[in-house]
Write a protein that binds this ligand. Structure first.
Ligand code: CUA
Length: 340
């Protein structure tokens, strides 16, 4: 290949490589972390290979006659080729290429996709999975563990090696729940409960997101599944089911009073306030790694910024800014950081 021809290939190859980098990362559905996601990724590769083969065959059928005809034209006297007697061949091409081959391709797809759809559907579950209720809100995820009897938000902790049944619904508009490395998407629709049975093979953090436009902060409606070894999950479950510990310092006690006058209309802390699910349950807020539905790390500075100016980091968030002076904010942060 001459340098010029190399250069001709370099641009499309670079663009393709750049485009493919978008397919990597922690939300890569082609890097499955559970049985259902593995089957779905397998179907993706099957369709990719089949689609590529069909594409190459169609391009070949298109270009080969053109090249042949051009060669015949340049070798002959310039008169159009004699096509008499080719009608029967054309009919065969239409019958085979237009009917038989497409039917064979569609049958090959259905033969794999239909059993897969059945195997990864919630109906295929055993029925004794760990149940987690997922209630999508603008722009966060309300979570409930009905057997253990507590609520939390945005970070879904599950055990490895055990199927988990998500019961997904929504409180306001239509959202879509999607953890790409664990399963396909499921719509979160007000008034309906759709289910998804998910299993994680290894401990780890599996990020996901709302995958349906649901309002201004849609792109910042993230969710994460955190998979633990079974014994670690049991410890987590026991800790989360307990009410919040009482404040231990003067500042924390003052912070609880700030919470009771400023935050309590939307947020609940079990043991310290009445119930409210307008905003996320904060009983064990300090045990979470992120705030604002996965938008910010759960660190004191970010938490302070979030409380005073939620829309600065998440435009469209439903949380109003809190009117607090600095001593009140510091007491509140002391209190929130004690909610382990
Ligand atoms: Cu919720 Cu997009």
């Amino acid at each position: 290949m001459t340098p010029t021809r190399h250069a001709r290939w370099a641009v499309p190859a670079s663009v393709a490589a750049l485009a493919l980098t978008a397919c990597t990362g922690p939300e890569n559905m082609l890097d499955p972390a559970g049985p259902a996601a593995g089957r779905i990724a397998g179907l993706w590769w099957y369709l990719f290979v089949l689609g590529t083969a069909v594409f190459i065959a169609v391009v070949a059928l298109f270009t080969v006659p053109l090249v042949r005809r051009r060669r015949a034209g340049s070798a002959g006297d310039g008169a159009p080729p004699d096509l008499s007697g080719e009608e029967g061949t054309s009919r065969r091409w239409v019958a085979v290429g237009g009917v038989i081959v497409p039917l064979a391709v569609l049958a090959a797809i259905q033969a794999v996709a239909l059993p897969l759809g059945r195997d990864v559907s919630p109906a295929a579950g055993s029925g004794d999975e760990l149940v987690i209720e997922v209630d999508a809100r603008q722009f966060w995820w309300h979570l409930r563990y009905p057997d253990a009897g507590f609520e939390t938000a945005n970070e879904i902790n599950i055990p490895t090696g055990r199927p988990v049944r998500f019961r997904v619904t929504a409180a306001d508009v239509v959202h879509t729940f999607w953890i790409p490395r664990l399963h396909g998407k499921v719509e979160a629709t007000p008034g309906r409960v759709l289910e998804l049975v998910v299993e994680a093979d290894e401990p780890g953090v599996y990020p996901g997101r709302c995958a349906e436009f649901c309002g201004l902060a849609h792109a910042q409606m993230k969710v994460r599944v955190i998979a633990h070894a079974p014994e670690d999950f049991d410890d987590w479950l026991v800790a989360q089911a307990a009410p919040a510990e009482d404040p231990a310092t003067e500042a924390q006690r003052a912070g609880l009073e700030v919470f009771r006058t400023s935050c309590v209309y939307c947020h609940a802390v079990r043991g310290h306030t009445g119930p409210s699910d307008v905003g996320p349950d904060l009983t064990h807020l300090a045990s979470r790694s992120t705030i604002a539905a996965g938008v910010l790390p759960n660190e004191r500075d970010h938490l302070g910024d979030w409380i005073l100016d939620p829309h600065g980091s998440k435009p469209g968030a439903r949380m109003p800014p809190a009117q607090l002076d600095d001593p009140e904010l510091q007491d509140l942060l002391d209190y929130l950081e004690s909610l382990r």
